[in-house]
Design a protein around this ligand. Structure first.
Ligand SMILES: Cc1cc2nc3c(=O)[nH]c(=O)nc-3n(C[C@H](O)[C@H](O)[C@H](O)COP(=O)(O)O)c2cc1C
Length: 195
């Protein structure tokens, strides 16, 4: 069996934020033989996505943060999008990372879609209020993206907190974090495919 490798993509616009804290609580429960790689998009910013999908001469990025993120994504069995809730969805750095997926999907020789099929997408997010349902657009965005790539979807670990550290008082989120990555990730389905 392939060794599991978790890539944590941190999308907060501040350091030591709640989302990373909650993601680290969940990651602490992963078995020691699971490799973890953490990439903070604020420290490794991606360039704005330029839509060259239909240009014939696109090439695989070979250096810089785009190559780092691409190679790390392809090397992971599990990708964890750890984004704060910004306007009910993912943060801009997170969205930019996902936009680059659209380019990678069409990069000749990469076969990004076939490579991603069967891997697992997870989400972790923290929002300021305690009505977690307001994160539904973020959850749907991740689930639909996983379905599009024929990935598995592990769901989204949700927490509440406004200022850094607040989420560590959210006992429900901390309890959920203990078992979050132990749950079975099912093949992702679009809403119209769900039974
Ligand atoms: C640009 C921006 C947009 C936000 N939008 C929402 C939102 O839509 N709903 C919400 O409950 N909190 C919202 N918040 C609050 C953050 O989700 C909250 O402070 C969270 O703890 C930030 O996570 P972090 O510490 O990991 O950065 C927003 C904060 C910012 C800076």
């Amino acid at each position: 069996m392939t060794r599991r490798t978790f890539l944590f993509v941190l999308g907060s616009s501040r350091s030591d934020g709640n989302t990373e804290a909650l993601a680290r609580e969940a990651a602490a429960q992963l078995p020691s033989d699971v490799e973890q790689r953490w990439i903070n998009l604020a420290e490794h910013p991606l360039p704005d996505f330029v839509d060259l999908r239909h240009d014939a001469d696109r090439v695989r990025p070979e250096e810089g943060n785009t190559a780092l993120l691409l190679d790390s994504t392809l090397a992971a069995t599990d990708i964890v999008i750890a984004s704060p809730l910004y306007w009910y969805s993912v943060s801009t750095p997170t969205k930019r990372y996902m936009d680059h997926w659209a380019g990678w999907l069409r990069t000749p020789g990469l076969d990004f879609k076939a490579s991603m099929a069967g891997r697992t997408l997870w989400g972790v997010t923290v929002l300021a209020g305690d009505r977690l349902q307001v994160a539904d657009p973020l959850v749907g965005m991740l689930r639909n993206s996983a379905a599009y790539l024929e990935m598995r979807f592990g769901g989204v670990l949700l927490g509440s907190g406004s200022k850094p550290g607040d989420v560590l008082s959210d006992t429900e989120a901390l309890t959920h974090a203990k078992t979050f990555f132990a749950q079975e990730a099912l093949p992702a389905r679009f809403p119209h495919e769900s039974d």
